[in-house]
Each structure stands twice: as structure tokens, then as C-alpha cells.
Design a protein around this ligand. Structure first.
Ligand code: NDP
Length: 312
């Protein structure tokens, strides 16, 4: 079995930044790209809030730049996905989806999180054409337009409030007769004249061929008062939660109740010495490209110090 000093799982901003730093530090890192090369950003279009790009940058182009920057420092980038992790031994052993195995002395987990979608065929069809799971990323494109946010938790309230600062009207589509969000967040959305909350409402389908033009909704489904209605919208935002991609590591690595990997203090260290976590898989709070990149940098520095201290 091949044994590498530093193995990085994930190819979003966290994984690539870790790779750039680890490569420059001479750790000869190997990075596995995983299921979605380039990570979640590749599902959005333009990035306007990553410092250094005053005119914005195409998300795929930016991820490609990060990839090339990693290659420049000798990082070996491989297209496979990890399907099994054995972290109770040294070196750690990772099994890939082609059945091969690789050992490593230091492991950086940067496997990200996946936004939850409702599972409608239209979401897939119109993803990137009006369907988004990130208001901070894409809200700006809906200035003075009408948008809908699905969900009734803190994320949905936060996104609706953010979008109300840009759009002319925001619908919140909430399946229950109440919001799950904290009281303060509830009060904020209730008090915002631009936000209309549609309680006990579910989405049946989205309207529009090239881009989102509306949503077909059902209210009080399964009751005698059940009715359907259409709303005209330009953007459709999902805020029904994210799932961190931490399942493989759970037998060893401590996670919180939502599955996010717990890191120690301001470091990227997990409870397993030699295993570091960076990016959305360990971040229930910020989930931004720039915060992911910063944590990837920390993980590489932590890995470098760990390897040096252990003579590996
Ligand atoms: P939550 O799980 O809290 O809320 C998810 C929301 O989406 C709920 O209203 C849920 O409805 C709804 N939902 C889930 N699945 C579906 C579906 N298939 N169809 C329609 N609606 C659906 O997730 P959040 O992302 O909002 O928050 C995650 C955690 O992060 C929470 O602990 C939250 O408090 C925290 N957070 C804190 C913030 C802050 O303090 N500023 C900001 C953002 C998040 P239902 O209620 O019916 O289950």
C-alpha cells in the first residue's frame, strides 16, 4: 500500500488551500477530489465576495485557478472519492471508490457539506438558473426582484432577511404553521414589510423554462381546505439545512449533534491526533469560501507541525 505524508480529502476552497500550503511546505500532499471536483462553489455562477477579484470571478474559473496553484507546488491531485476511513491505527488508511487503499501520517478532512434540496426534478433542471441554496452567494443577482425562500429555521430567516435587503419582495415558504427559528429571528422576519410568510405551504413544482419564473404551491395539503396557488418569482432559495459530509469519519472523529466535525479551539485539530478538519465539514456557522480557505490554511500548518513533531 502506498503511504503518503499528508492526504487531503476534498477539492473545495478548504482542500485546495490546504494543498497549496502543504505543497509549499514540502509535505508532498496527495489530494482526492471527491464526488464534486471544485466543491459546492461549482454549483453557483459568479463570486463577488472573494477578496482580490474587484470585478467578480466565475466560480468554476476560481476553483480551476486554485487547482492550478496547487499543482504548481507539486500537489498530486487524483479524481477518486474516499469510501472508507480507518483512523484507529497509524498510518491511517483510506479506501477509495475504485477499491484501492492509501495510507497517510496526517489526514486533512475537507469534504464539505451538501445543501439539502427538496428533491423536485425542477430544482435540478433550474439549478444555477434561479435555483440556489446560498443567499449570500447569489442574492445580489435578485436586486429589486421577487424571490422565495423555503424553510422555517434560522438559516431561512437569516437568508430571507438578507434577501429582503436586496429584492423587492421575499416569500418564505414554510411547511408547518409556525417557524422553527429562534424568537429573535422570527420577530425580525415578521416585522419586515418585504417578507410574506406562507405557512403550511409546500412546493409542488417550479415554473419557467430557461430560468425560474414561478412556483406552484399547495397549501394545507391533505386537509379539507387544501388548495393550490402559483406565485411569480425570479429566484428560488433552499434553506432547509445542510448535511456535513462526515459520515465516514464518525466512528473515530468527534462530531456535534448535526454531524459537523468538532475542532479544538481556534485550531483545525480533531480529537484524533494527526487528523485535521477544514471547511464546511467543520463549520456550522459561516460556510463561506473565504472562511473555508482560511481553515484549509490552518489545517496545513497544523499538519506540518504535527508531522515535524512526530518525525514523519
Ligand atoms: P433547521 O433544521 O433548523 O431548519 C430547517 C427548516 O427547513 C425547518 O423549518 C424545516 O421544517 C424545513 N425543512 C426541512 N426539510 C424540509 C422539506 N423537505 N420541505 C420543507 N421544509 C423543510 O436548519 P437551519 O439550516 O435553519 O439551521 C441549522 C442549525 O444552525 C440550527 O441549529 C440553527 O439554529 C443554526 N443556525 C443559527 C443561526 C444563528 O443563530 N444566527 C443562523 C443559521 C443557523 P420543519 O420545522 O417543519 O422541520
Amino acid at each position: 500500500m502506498e503511504i503518503v505524508r499528508c492526504l487531503i480529502l476534498g477539492s473545495g476552497p478548504a482542500g485546495y488551500t490546504a494543498a497549496i500550503y502543504a505543497g509549499r511546505a514540502g509535505l508532498n500532499p496527495v489530494l482526492y477530489e471527491g464526488l464534486q471536483p471544485g466543491g459546492q462553489l461549482t454549483t453557483t455562477t459568479e463570486i463577488e465576495n472573494f477578496p482580490g477579484y474587484p470585478d467578480g470571478v466565475d466560480a468554476n474559473a476560481m476553483m480551476d485557478d486554485m487547482r492550478r496553484q496547487a499543482l504548481r507546488f507539486g500537489v498530486e491531485i487524483r479524481p477518486l472519492m474516499a469510501v472508507k476511513a480507518e483512523l484507529g491505527q497509524r498510518p491511517f488508511v483510506i479506501t477509495l471508490d475504485d477499491g484501492s487503499q492509501v495510507g497517510c501520517w496526517a489526514l486533512i478532512i475537507a469534504t464539505g457539506a451538501s445543501a439539502r434540496y427538496l428533491g423536485l426534478p425542477d430544482e435540478e433542471r433550474l439549478r444555477g438558473a434561479g435555483v440556489s441554496a446560498c443567499a449570500t452567494c447569489d442574492g445580489f443577482f435578485y436586486r429589486k426582484k421577487t424571490v422565495a425562500v423555503v424553510g422555517g429555521g434560522d438559516t431561512a430567516c437569516e437568508e430571507a432577511t438578507y434577501l429582503a435587503g436586496l429584492a423587492s419582495k421575499v416569500y418564505m415558504i414554510v411547511r408547518k404553521p409556525f417557524l422553527r427559528a429562534s424568537k429573535a429571528m422570527q420577530e425580525r422576519v415578521m416585522a419586515n414589510p418585504k417578507i410574506t410568510i406562507l405557512f403550511e405551504t409546500n412546493v409542488l413544482s417550479l415554473l419557467g423554462k430557461e430560468g425560474v419564473e414561478g412556483a406552484h404551491l399547495v397549501r394545507k395539503k391533505g386537509t379539507p381546505e387544501e388548495s393550490t396557488m402559483d406565485i411569480a418569482i425570479d429566484g428560488f432559495f433552499l434553506a432547509i439545512g445542510h448535511d456535513p459530509n462526515s459520515r465516514l469519519f464518525k466512528p473515530w472523529v468527534e462530531t456535534d449533534e448535526s454531524g459537523y466535525i468538532v475542532t479544538q479551539g481556534i485550531s483545525s485539530c480533531t480529537n484524533v491526533e494527526g487528523v485535521f478538519a477544514a471547511g464546511d465539514v467543520a463549520d456550522p456557522q459561516y460556510r463561506q469560501a473565504i472562511t473555508a480557505a482560511a481553515s484549509g490554511c490552518k489545517a496545513a500548518i497544523d499538519a506540518e507541525r504535527y508531522l515535524a513533531a512526530n518525525g514523519k
